[in-house]
Design a protein around this ligand. Structure first.
Ligand code: ATR
Length: 274
């Protein structure tokens, strides 16, 4: 039996074991996927022991998506560009890192290509997820401008600097400023990559007391809950609200493809689990 896992800290809440074990069963593979909690201080030892255990592959979640890079043998170009790895393949003694969040976000945003191309896109947050979103928006789409809004403005400036060679102008902004309403009103597409509004703090929104327009598209990468406070407010204003479940399922499908070469319908499996 081949072993797979998700590593993170904390990780016990992850639904990935259920989803991937259902996927392995669906394609008839004798594999098992488990959650392994690794403290950031023990990441080096943790990866060494996964390596020697002969694990076939694993997902990487918060807070290890960046820290794992120097511990891998090879890193896929896109994952390196984003600076974050969420999937590792262990083959012939070689650990290779990928970022399937890129694939997931591309799938989430693809239906809104018309609004993205030529439009002004706002990204809330300046962490790893924000970098994956920026990578997709600047390589697979042609927005006129991207505004990165973050609580810590320096981090928004840092990320804008990292992507300064992209053909799309990237403007760093503070999420806490007097002109926030005006700024948000100028955005055609808004994407939340912060953790604000995630379970159990479901009443919180990264854009409190902001009015949305009917023609805006508001996407949230959070999928627990399915409808965040941000999406609820957007929906109430008549805007298009897009939850993060599609991205989660598509990144999982891409990880599964990298490990097994097989296609699975993650949405169907997810609905079965629910
Ligand atoms: P990830 O890799 O998932 O993107 P991260 O690198 O920890 O995670 O980034 C988390 C993002 O959520 C950051 O943009 C963070 O803002 P700061 O850079 O100011 O820390 C944002 N974030 C987290 N909690 C927040 C809060 N309560 N209000 C506003 N932004 C918050």
């Amino acid at each position: 039996m081949q072993r797979y896992a998700i590593i993170g800290h904390p990780v016990s809440h992850s639904v990935s074991p259920k989803l991937h074990n259902a996927a392995f069963a669906a394609v008839g593979l004798d594999c098992h996927y488990e959650a392994i909690d690794i403290d950031p201080a023990d990441l080096g030892d943790g990866i060494a022991s996964l390596r020697s255990s002969g694990i076939a592959g694993f997902n990487v979640t918060i807070p290890h998506k960046k820290g794992i890079l120097p511990l891998l043998d090879r890193i896929d170009d896109a994952a390196r560009a984003v600076g974050a790895v969420n999937t590792v393949v262990h083959r012939d003694g070689v650990l290779t890192g990928y970022n399937t969040d890129i694939h997931g976000f591309r799938a989430l945003i693809a239906p809104f290509e018309k609004a993205v191309n030529g439009g002004t896109v706002g990204i809330l947050g300046a962490g790893g997820a924000s970098r994956a979103v920026l990578h997709v928006l600047t390589t697979s789409f042609t927005p006129r401008r991207i505004v990165v809004l973050n609580r810590t403005t320096e981090r928004a400036e840092e990320i804008a600097g990292e992507f300064s060679s992209s053909p799309v102008p990237i403007v760093p902004e503070s999420l806490f400023q007097d002109e926030l309403q005006e700024l948000v009103s100028g955005l055609g597409v808004i994407i939340n990559t912060t953790s604000v509004g995630m379970k159990p703090y479901t009443d919180a929104s990264p854009l409190e007391q902001i009015d949305f327009r009917r023609d805006q598209i508001v996407a949230d990468l959070i999928y627990t809950p399915a409808e965040t406070a941000l999406l609820k407010a957007a929906k109430e204003a008549g805007a298009t609200a897009v939850g993060g479940l599609e991205m989660f399922l598509q990144q999982a499908a891409e990880s599964f493809r990298l490990w097994t070469g097989k296609e699975v319908n993650m949405r169907k499996l997810w609905e079965g689990l629910e």
